[in-house]
Design a protein around this ligand. Sequence first.
Ligand SMILES: [Zn+2]
Length: 429
Amino acid sequence: MKKFFIILIIAIVGLSANAQTPAIGNTFVGNNDVSANKKPVNISQQQIKHQELSLNLNNQQEVKNFNSYVNAHKNEIKTNKTAYTIPVVVHIIYNTSTQNISDQRVFEQINRTDSDFAGLSLHSMGAFPDSLKANTGITFCLASVDPNGNATNGITRTHTTVTSFSPTGGYASCTGYPERCSASGGVDAWDVTKYLNIWVCNMGNGLDGISEFPSGTLNNFYGTTIHYQFFGLGGATAPYNEGATLTHELGHCLNLYHLGTDNTCADADYCPDTPAEYGTDSTISGGCVIDLCNTTCPGIMYMNFMSYSDDAVMANFTPDQAARMQACISNYLMNVVNNATSICGTSGIQEQYSNYSVKIYPNPMTDILTIESLSQTTIKIINIQGQTIMQQKLKQGKTDFDIRGLAKGVYVLSLSSNDKSEVTRIIKE
Ligand SMILES: [Zn+2]
């Protein structure tokens, strides 16, 4: 697949120090109208970093049916958000040792994606209210049981002679997704009705991720592929080294689209609470950014995970996007989430805290939750509605919490200190 390029003009306005002074993005060369106050100062080429092809995108009737379902049920979904856990398996396919990324990097990635989906990103919403940073109610867990019933850490490792896979997607075939087939040097999916498959490899074609949207009957290519350089945090390559590539691609796997596509102001993503964008955004560093569709602040939502921005500014899914993903699960992925109870491990979660020396047990919990910490850390327990049930600064050492008053269910447990934040999922039985 050839590489796609967008030529954009990065323009600025004024020299005011006012933080609300908007920068101008998304002003595309072509038959556009760069108005007098939008002075072009630089022209650069920005490579599109994602590509997504979908069966249901090709089936317009299925898209229409799904959108009708979302419209009919959106308010109800928002009021009664469901806690969903999606079991995942990460297939690392490597030709060189550098491509064989560490378990630690996988743990960091899943934790960060959980944090992103829980609405706990520490990144700024710019001129938008924080209420547009939704807790989606969706978490991911590395599988602890493989399709043969054997124990696993949810990570497979396969050496390949293929130096780069260059997936082009589409047609649910080994030709479109060579990394997803053992016959072409990749790895076959684990049962797509039980696991969401994530492949990590050298994509080699200028893409950092490619995803398959779900369809009525999930095919063996459902899931996402991430370039190994942009998976995880420590050791990943800037500017995509904060885990947002997987978060973005999983958004596609759950039926989210980009905020802008063509150079129009049409609603491209079927989510009214994301502003339509003129084209797609990129190379934005923060603040309020306007475009031809959004000429005043708050401007474009470049910090949305479904944008093309650098990881350092990615901050949110909106409530409408969360509802759409919840609807996607209830329409296409109920078998997958129903298998979470037996497939998701509940032991050893302390290993997944890469930035904190913390042990948390037992999980599932019943009466007492014990937390051992080697440093001062703030802990929060958040319910599925996004409400903080408990918040406490932990001292070094062991602390017992009486959680008998906590209702049964799934909670997000967040650890934070300074600029770091990590989450995991805990269950009260
Ligand atoms: Zn994308």
